[in-house]
Design a protein around this ligand. Sequence first.
Ligand code: AFD
Ligand code: MN
Ligand code: MN
Length: 395
Amino acid sequence: MKTSHSERIARALDTFRIELPSWGFSNTGTRFGKYLQPAAALTIDEKFSDARQVHQLTGACPTLALHVLWDLPSGIGDVDRIASLAASRQVEPGSINPNLFEDQAYKFGSFGNPDERVRARALEHARDSVAIARRLRSRDVVLWFADGSNYPGTANIRQRKRWFEENLAVLHSDLQGGERLLVEYKPFEPAFYHTDIADWGMALAFARAAGPRARVLVDTGHHYQSQNIEQIVSWLLSEGMLGGFHFNDRRYADDDLTLGSIDPYQVFRIFHEILFFEWESGRRADIAYMIDQSHNLKGKIEAMIQTVGYAQELYAKAALVDYEALASAQAGCRLVEAESVLRDAFATDVRPIIQDWRRTNRLPVDPLDAFRQSGYLERITAERGGRTSAASSYA
Ligand code: AFD
Ligand code: MN
Ligand code: MN
């Protein structure tokens, strides 16, 4: 007997978790400047507090990704304070993100820098990040590198690849138990001629070379416009090398727009490939779903609640795909029928069922409205609003 839409969506949402980024709650901007928001978080405690709001209203965000230096300026020395803040705010520390791109020393790269002292310094920072993750009981260290070059002929690409392999192997040897390195790729920005980890193939090769606890992280904004991201996801699933996602959306490049705001069908197809893999393989894919957005114009907390709501909606739609019908139509090359199986699921208005799921789980039926009614924004605006804009947005 087929399970009802309500049952399928409840089963999907009961286990769907998506991590919030600490940098999504603080003032950030573009290279053309930033518009400061009086309610934006300046301290890590405020970031945990704001993340707690999103988790309480959506039920899907128990962890907060942390950026070393921005959230842990003293590195391992901040761990005890972070751990107690997390406990008091009832939000767990999530993935640990080293900062291998801001210091002046990294002008010509971090792991790929021709100066071995800089490569050693970058490795030490990354090893500290693994130690921080262990102390905070975080499973994942997410490695994103800005490394690359801006002009042809200025970098030995193969030599830089070797330097990356050396450091990644040493870093991987520090890992214990279930700890993982998630290697993130990005085709360009801030480097505009070559980026050392530019695509999923390079990330896969580096992860494989590093060792069995390394995986690939797919940031949905880090692809050329025409790339078929769900095909990359399907390949990485098949290779057992998909570690997780940084979700956002884009119109042109790495725009960090709200997940699903430009191309919701693409996010649906990504979720579908994962759930289709789980149906076929009979096991859960061990994937870290994370948001990587930092809104310059939208209200920080509203934007995160909206993002999580979109993610739950698209994941719920993907959970409605009739896999038996799809597999049969694919096997028989009944193309329109196969495509219609996906389109029917995507076209289903899952919002009433999600509202029922929220009622059942004692969550607000409309989390955005509940946030607006809560007075939290007014309260933190009053508390935070008077501070100088000079205060670091990375505190
Ligand atoms: C920027 C980078 C990358 C990284 C994130 C957090 O493009 O996505 O994961 O910052 O450090 O968005
Ligand atoms: Mn990212
Ligand atoms: Mn990015």
